[in-house]
Ligand binder design. Structure first.
Ligand code: ZN
Ligand code: ZN
Ligand code: ZN
Ligand code: ZN
Length: 254
């Protein structure tokens, strides 16, 4: 259900209409995404009509979901085109943000439609706000999963025998849940022959968990089981790594 809803969230903003062009605007006009309806408690619920949240029954709130380009380290950066982050040089990635309009002077103005400030009559400007589940890009070149408790999981295979597991919150900020345990439970060799193992992911001081699986090289197929909290059950995740995971490149062009 979570996954299906997210696909709706991605598809929505692709239906484009065009912003009214302002004579003062120096940048190209951005497309104005349609109004969708989302649950204040369940951002992954996005519908194209008003109604109630299928999970909690709350009335869905209107929102414009904009597919824009942003930096994983600097989520306040918003661009309409691909490029590099002006602050760190990383390639910008596609994310979903909520688009509202605010007055350059009266920042408390926050409305869905472009227009003029009701107080000073200045032309409103676009404001982009990060959303839970707005960013599902892997941070370290690995496989990124959404987990049922709203966390996100990434597993990478940066070098022979090495697998790393990263956990992120619903805003895709990294964190280390204290009760998390995880292990690699299965590997398969290139011919597809599977072997059951149990190799734990050990917590490291660098914010990720690491498992060493002897003789694992690309193409690598593994299954991992993750227990997010001590009283929770183990969830299984399957990963295929055709190549080693590469950290995103950083272009320092200054
Ligand atoms: Zn809800
Ligand atoms: Zn950046
Ligand atoms: Zn104003
Ligand atoms: Zn998510």
């Amino acid at each position: 259900m979570h996954r299906r809803s997210f696909i709706v969230a991605l598809a929505g903003p692709l239906a484009l209409s065009v912003f009214p062009r302002r004579s003062s605007a120096s940048q190209t006009p951005a497309p104005l995404p349609p109004v969708s309806f989302s649950c204040p408690m369940h951002a992954e619920v996005v519908e194209d009509k008003a109604g109630k949240c299928p999970i909690c029954g709350m009335t869905l709130a209107p929102v414009r979901l904009a597919l824009v380009w942003s930096c994983t380290l600097h989520p306040d950066v918003t661009r309409q085109q691909p490029g590099v982050c002006p602050r760190c040089g990383r390639d910008l990635l596609r994310v979903t943000k909520a688009l509202t309009f605010t007055c350059p002077v009266h920042r408390k103005i926050d409305v869905l439609d472009p227009g003029r400030c009701p107080i000073c009559k200045r032309t409103l400007i676009a404001r982009y706000t990060i959303r839970p589940h707005g960013d599902h890009n892997p941070r370290h070149g690995g496989s990124f999963f959404m987990v049922s408790n709203n966390w996100h999981l990434e597993v990478t295979h940066p070098a022979a025998s090495v697998f790393r597991l990263y956990v992120y919150d619903q805003y895709s900020k990294p964190f280390s849940p204290p009760g998390l345990t995880a292990r690699v439970t299965e590997t398969a060799d290139p011919s597809g022959k599977r072997a059951e193992i149990s190799i734990p992911f050990a917590r490291t001081s660098r914010g990720y968990y690491e498992a060493r699986v002897p003789n694992a090289a690309t193409p690598a197929t593994i299954a991992a089981k993750v227990r997010f909290e001590p009283a929770d059950k183990e969830y299984r995740f399957d990963f295929i790594f055709p190549d080693y995971s590469k950290e995103p490149s950083v272009r320092k062009s200054r």
